[in-house]
Design a protein around this ligand. Sequence first.
Ligand SMILES: Nc1nc2c(ncn2[C@@H]2O[C@H](COP(=O)(O)OP(=O)(O)OP(=O)(O)O)[C@@H](O)[C@H]2O)c(=O)[nH]1
Ligand SMILES: [Mg+2]
Length: 581
Amino acid sequence: MLREALTNRLYGNIQGLKPNQIKRIQHVYRRRIPPHQIATPELARYLGELSQETGRQIGVLVNRKGQIEYVVVGDARSIFLPEFGRLRAGESRFRGLRFIHTHLKNEPLTRDDLTDLSLLRLDLVVAIGLDDEGMPVVSHAAHLLPRPAEENGNGHPLRDADRAGAYRFLDPVHPSQLDLDFLDLIRNLEEEFARVHGARTASGRREKAILAKVRTNGSADEAEAQLEELRELTLSAGVDIVDAFTQARPRFDPKTLIGKGKLGELTIRATQLGAELLIVDQNLTPAQNREMAAATGLKVIDRTQLILDIFGQRARSRDGKIQVELARLKYMLPRLAQRDDALSRLTGGIGARGPGETRLEVDRRRTRDRIARLEREIKSLSRGRAQRRSRRSRRGLPVISIVGYTNAGKSTLLNALTGSETPVADRLFATLDPASKRLRFPREQEAIITDTVGFIRDLPKDLIAAFKATLEELAEADLLLHVADVSSPRFEAQREAVERILRDLSLDAIPRLLVLNKIDRADPLEVAGEVARHDAVPVSAIDLTTVAPLVERVQNILWREAPSTHAAEAIRAWSSPDRQD
Ligand SMILES: Nc1nc2c(ncn2[C@@H]2O[C@H](COP(=O)(O)OP(=O)(O)OP(=O)(O)O)[C@@H](O)[C@H]2O)c(=O)[nH]1
Ligand SMILES: [Mg+2]
């Protein structure tokens, strides 16, 4: 029975076709396939005939009712599917569309066919191989698999994506013998996908991520170390990692950072492992983020957003919350401005419409208003802190600020020095709010010692701006204790990153002392080398017996062995020449 065609719009390469050919290709929309069948021999013949005549591949996207939703024209060797919304790759359902198209030279499924299958999560991809007369001779078909296949079958060469075991090839048969029950097949597959993913999500509701890093220059070791840091950041954000990889490329792909083939592979992995997040070790432009999300169906998170998320989870005090929110809004704003066309592009062609322009205008204006308000609050915050500082400096106590890479042991050291119990944790950015404590030295001397938020390589600039109030505190310090984890394989890179940030914040004029922490876990020879190289002090902040030399050294710096507090005053003035008190 014929039904009214949904549309007669043709997609793809229709230039140069004769009006009569266009009309006959449009007639393909009138065909219908019984739901249990993959394709009918009649449809195969008709597509073959049109392909033969035009010298172009012709394809159809068929829904589960057997209706043809799209008719697409390619060229002699390839065909491009129209842009339609991607599904979220974490889902266990497929697209609900299968792609059936002709191959003029009876080629087997191509790499592009298989990429479309996985990227678009098609139900099935079918190539109808034609002979020289345009008669269908064989159909090649493949579908996705929920887990790596043991065998590949059918003599198809193994490629990377195959090794990931992403799809199964059906036996090539003549189109009239494609008698597999399509609906049965797809239902079983979807159930299996759901089982695999369900079993994994049942263990907890944490999100799952695949990590990716693109290496354009620098060594493989360095890239590996950076990926390791991304791992720690991800875990600190409370996200599970199901896979991670680096890709070496001469340069970033300007649109999607990662190459198209790799993205396809990654989407397959995400589907198999039930991941819904893709976390990349680069900072993405809003456009790149959009492209990558569209290409993979995954939520894409860049390094800045990951760090912002961690900060968001950690912020406890009012100050901390305001600062983090400001940073997040600033990060969001340009992305918000892009959202309308992103959505309309993503939903284009499938009917659903994105939110209207007005709604987004409102969102943007509200965001800007809120940013302005938060900035005012932060200004007043800064003033409050400045007042507190000046009260403190009237009391004449020198200020020591602990700085250093996140997780270096800053808070642990503060606790060890002052006998306090600032929370400590083996995760990144455990401390967000600076805590100030009194530190009593043996010779009746006193100082204020402050713990700060940890630093990290490529600290997002919005975050630095937002944490200005906190970081300003550092400018008033008489001594910066730079705590570094000497047991880390990334010690040198971390030490340098901190030095760079101090320079960027114009804090490098303040006297500072490098403290090599976690010596209990480090090689003593290496520690000795670093001590000599940087005139540093070794400690193990978890072992109180190791901190005495540090206390001694600090005391000597602040008071230059002079026993009176008057001298301390003098030295404080000496040690930070540009303070205006
Ligand atoms: N083995 C060993 N572990 C240490 C030492 N110092 C700190 N740690 C551990 O390192 C982890 C991080 O310590 P924190 O004091 O929270 O580090 P932090 O520099 O304040 O980190 P953030 O606040 O997250 O920037 C904790 O698990 C500490 O117990 C040490 O000397 N030796
Ligand atoms: Mg801390």
